[in-house]
Design a protein around this ligand. Structure first.
Ligand SMILES: Nc1ncnc2c1ncn2[C@@H]1O[C@H](COP(=O)(O)OP(=O)(O)OP(=O)(O)O)[C@@H](O)[C@H]1O
Ligand SMILES: [Mg+2]
Length: 253
């Protein structure tokens, strides 16, 4: 793993919300085909780091590099354009839209219209393509022209993850993607993470379910009170030692 190139990197990122120090000099690297587990207690700063990496929030200080190039995201759109897909914690889909419309949300395929560039939505093309995209990443959903409102919570989550993996070109960030999922659906998400890794994507996986983290990651990064307190190969952890590191009961490797 160590010989693959660094895809995405954040150096010394800090972020305050008023008097709350949410991130305090955090640094993280993700290599191509590497799955990073980002763990920490509630309020440790995981989602804040995700928002900085995805362009949703600007850090107060710190630098971001993609493929070794210094980048500054002004919005999530900038990061998306650069190949970074993020599934935010509790991010929803648009329930009134179909599965395929959600997969293509903001990237709709147009058919050229009589008046040239105005065009129409190529709905059929998107239905077929969305189904194929989801299937390719190992997600079986009922008819992709069905409204998302008719899917179960787990199926919706699967669509959101499938969308992110289907579009990601470089890095995919999943903030607690297995929350509210049953055992089988959570297992499917872990399979999708492995598929993303096999595609050569860099993956950042956030979860409080430590056995899941140990099962699919190559490296684990532990955040406590906005600081990274440990960054080590997954093989160096057990569930107990990881828990101890998260809570601060274990302070050295
Ligand atoms: N928009 C905000 N305004 C003010 N404070 C915030 C905001 N977002 C997060 N915080 C604070 O920043 C700290 C880090 O929060 P963050 O959401 O990053 O934690 P987390 O590690 O993702 O926690 P969880 O496991 O509960 O999702 C917390 O103290 C939180 O209360
Ligand atoms: Mg969070």
């Amino acid at each position: 793993m160590s010989e693959s190139r660094i895809l995405y990197e954040i150096r010394n990122a800090s972020k305050n919300y008023g008097s709350v120090v949410a991130l305090d000099g955090a640094s993280l690297t993700v290599r191509a085909g590497e799955v990073i587990g980002l763990v920490g207690d509630n309020g440790a700063g995981k989602s804040t780091l995700v928002k900085v990496l995805s362009g949703a929030h600007q850090p107060d200080s710190g630098e971001i590099f993609l493929d070794g190039e210094l980048r500054r995201w002004k919005s999530p759109h900038d990061a998306l354009e650069a190949g970074i897909e993020t599934l935010y914690q509790d991010s929803g889909l648009a329930p009134h839209l179909s599965v395929s419309s959600n997969v293509f949300l903001g990237r709709e395929v147009m058919r050229p219209g009589i008046l040239g560039k105005l065009g129409f939505l190529a709905q059929k093309t998107m239905d077929v393509q969305a189904h194929a995209d989801l299937e390719r990443v190992g997600i079986a959903v009922p008819a992709s022209n069905r409204p998302v409102a008719q899917l179960s919570g787990g199926q919706r989550q699967a669509v959101a993850i499938g969308r992110a993996v289907a579009w990601a070109r470089k890095v995919i960030i999943l903030d607690e993607p297995t929350n509210h999922l049953g055992a089988r659906q959570a297992g499917e998400v872990l399979e999708v993470i492995k598929a993303a890794k096999a595609k050569g994507l860099g993956v950042i996986f956030i979860s409080h379910t430590l056995p899941h983290v140990l099962a699919v990651t190559d490296r684990v990064v532990v955040l406590r009170l906005g600081k990274i307190v440990r960054d080590a190969p997954t093989s160096e952890f057990t569930v107990d030692s990881l828990l101890g590191t998260i809570t601060g009961l274990i302070t050295s490797p």
